[in-house]
Design a protein around this ligand. Sequence first.
Ligand SMILES: Nc1ncnc2c1ncn2[C@@H]1O[C@H](COP(=O)(O)OP(=O)(O)OP(=O)(O)O)[C@@H](O)[C@H]1O
Length: 268
Amino acid sequence: MHTSGDLRHAEAVRLDAVSKTYGRGDSQVAALRGLTMSFADGTFTAVMGPSGSGKSTFLHCAAGLVQPTSGTVTVGGTDLAGLDDTQLTKLRRDRIGFIFQSFNLLPALTVLQNITLPLQLAGQRPDKTLIRTVVQRVGLGERLGHLPSQLSGGQQQRVAIARALVTRPAVVFADEPTGALDTRTAASVLGLLRESVDTARQTLVMVTHDPVAASHADRVVFLADGAFAGELHRPTPDAAAARMTRLGAWEDDTHRPQGAPQASGGRY
Ligand SMILES: Nc1ncnc2c1ncn2[C@@H]1O[C@H](COP(=O)(O)OP(=O)(O)OP(=O)(O)O)[C@@H](O)[C@H]1O
């Protein structure tokens, strides 16, 4: 039987009534509106929703990169609001990996140096076998001595993914990690992310527009206008695409995946 302590521990990340408002006065934007959500240890969740629905803001709040206007975020049972800057930096370094849309690589460091930087910052000895596995899996074995400027966008994203995995953080947040990758590389990267959940019990929360990428997750949660708009367990690409269509996500065609149904007439 679970005690309440066990249950709390089984939640890798929890958001309670989280709101985030940007700007003031007339230019005020409510990006998140009282979001309550929980992510269990060792699970893979995809977050989907129309453009501007608050997905990146949610991810940044959950990872302690942005402070919510109100509400509570807990990571591994620790309330982030109770931490000072140094404690928050340490918690992020020790427990959280983040894969940004924009890669955030250091231009003067080689691929290998970028990948192992978090280990150095944390004073950890590199696990050479793990580094080799991660590097091979993301297909960067031949590029370890290159600088980010010598890589394509897709290759830079793979460096960012490898960097987020080598410390084996308890929670990995990923913002469109496969957006810049071709189908085959994307499938391999998603396989690697899935494996990190299944074998290392890492918790993965991934924002994506791609129903195929989302189908690698255990669950998809949908956001619309900064609020929870439903979820799917064991999602198929078709089911995820149909939900996105119902949310009007592809009315402007910006992120419509090939074969996704038209939104017109499909909103209910
Ligand atoms: N730094 C900011 N300052 C002001 N408004 C912001 C800021 N960041 C986001 N917003 C606004 O908050 C809302 C949610 O943005 P967010 O980037 O979280 O959405 P998203 O679902 O990730 O969008 P996309 O799919 O287009 O990346 C949008 O209306 C956006 O314009």
